[in-house]
Write a new protein. Sequence first.
Length: 85
Amino acid sequence: MAYQKLQVGRAAVVTPSDTDEILYPGGGDGKNSGCVLYVGVAGDLKVTTVGGDDVVFVGIQGFLPVHVIRVFATGTTATDILGLW
């Protein structure tokens, strides 16, 4: 089985919001290509993926290797969430 090594150059605290997307901390060209997440305290995580899917991951803790553009406040119980780019 092959394993992919996760390497990031930037990290920022993610504040869940039902209206705001997660933005790259260094600015950028306006295109949001998303980020992967690290969840410090386990719980449910409602997100929008870069493909536009709204999904709930149940009981998540640790790394979520899915590119997301939003973490919803409603439906999210996980805390200590970091965005990784």
